[in-house]
Design a protein around this ligand. Structure first.
Ligand SMILES: Cc1ncc(COP(=O)(O)O)c(C=O)c1O
Length: 388
């Protein structure tokens, strides 16, 4: 039985062939540490990391590549942004749509650092009203932390409007682009974003073990380092170097995975993110149309005509979402995720928190219309079977 992978919101698979080639080539032929030696292969490894940084920066509208910091994943990038920026007594505005990689660091800040957090709600399909964010702001608000697109409903939030609200209040905006980077055009300059975090292994199509944080240059002095260690430079100093990206990238980089991420970013540049988005949009429409024809299916999230990414959540009457996902895998090799998707508040808002969450289908760059047709047939067939 072939696999039909529909869990690209967790991590993208398969990767473009150029990614496998780049990882293989690096491991077999280079393998040296970037930024740590002057011999030929170490310099080549450094160059590769520089190229990866530049390619990711181009994709995200980052003018100064030094402001793009590599991390282990999106979670590490969000932790650096949140813990690096906040001080005792600060106030943060966030939303119920967030992933635990924002909610939990903020909770830690509340418990350990007396930070205050206000969570703004969303409408029935997952959109946050910027006016509600404006209302939640206080004179102590230092940060607005908001996901670009929900990993449960797929709803894309109006980031430019929220950024304007943040800046009018002298606060910063942190955007979690986990579900949008590489899937919809994201430009930190156009959206006026201060900090942007994402993994490199989802829509950016790189290997796991990659993530990145964009930091607006004005914040260089304000963001504390969370990890201190070797940087390959200024070794006599007791403190990390002042210059970016080294200041925030202590220790050996995951050069192997970054080689793959560089190839992925260049591949996306060639294909264009706009073309990927158009493909995702077609598949999403097909998925939503098909699910609407299954009488026992309830779909959560925006319509195909509203701002959204290719993340579709539903429930099937009478079925626990985990059970349904397991049956899809066992009977047809369809791989998708069910449950709360690490976004508990979103499920409280949708009313699915205490009923096992949702079944989530997330197609990717290589998913075809035929694949979606196969998945829809399998879902319809299972959904029509008598519930035990
Ligand atoms: C919205 C959102 N934010 C953050 C993350 C965390 O990203 P990572 O798995 O790269 O740590 C995810 C991952 O699922 C996500 O969907």
């Amino acid at each position: 039985m072939d696999r039909l992978y529909l869990d690209n919101a967790a991590t993208s698979w398969p990767k473009p062939d150029v990614v496998y080639d780049a990882v293989d080539r690096f491991q077999r032929q280079l393998g040296a540490s970037a930024g740590r030696g002057l011999y030929h292969s170490a310099q080549q490894a450094s160059r590769l990391v520089t190229e990866t940084r530049a390619a990711c920066a181009r994709l995200l509208g980052i003018a100064d590549t030094r402001q793009l910091l590599f991390t282990a994943n999106g979670t590490a990038a969000l932790n650096l942004a949140i813990h690096g920026l906040l001080s005792p007594g600060d106030h943060v505005v966030t939303t119920v749509c967030e992933h635990n990689s924002i909610l939990r660091p903020l909770h830690w800040q509340v418990e350990q650092n007396s930070v205050q957090v206000t969570q703004v709600g969303c409408d029935a399909v997952g959109f946050v009203d910027p006016a509600a964010i404006a209302e939640a702001i206080s004179p102590k608000t230092r940060l607005i932390a908001v996901t670009h697109a929900s990993n449960v409903t797929g709803a894309i939030q109006p980031i430019a409007e929220i950024a304007q609200i943040a800046h009018d209040a002298n606060a910063f905006i942190l955007v979690d682009a986990a579900q949008t980077a590489g899937c919809v055009p994201v430009d930190v300059a156009k959206l006026d974003i201060d900090l942007l975090a994402c993994g490199g292994h989802k829509g950016l199509l790189g290997p796991t073990g990659t993530g990145l944080l964009y930091l607006r240059p004005e914040l260089n002095e304000q963001l504390h380092t969370l990890v201190q260690g070797g940087s390959g430079t200024d070794s006599l100093s007791h403190t990390p170097p002042d210059q970016l990206p080294e200041k925030y990238e202590a220790g050996s980089l995951n050069t192997l995975a970054l080689a793959g991420l560089g190839a992925a970013a260049k591949y996306l540049e060639q294909q264009t993110v706009a073309a990927v988005q158009a493909h995702h949009n077609e598949l999403t429409r097909q998925l939503l149309d098909g699910l609407a024809k299954i009488p026992t299916a309830t779909v959560f999230g925006p319509t195909a005509d509203q701002p959204r990414v290719a993340v579709v959540s539903c429930t099937i009457d009478g079925y626990d979402p985990q059970e349904f996902a397991a049956a899809l895998d066992a009977s047809c090799g369809i791989e998708c995720r069910a449950g709360l998707h690490c976004a508990p508040r979103m499920h409280t808002a949708l009313g699915t928190a205490n009923t096992g969450g949702t079944l989530r289908l997330s197609p990717g760059w290589s998913t075809t219309a035929e694949d979606i047709g196969t998945a829809l047939e399998a879902i319809a067939a299972l959904a029509s079977m008598p519930v035990h």
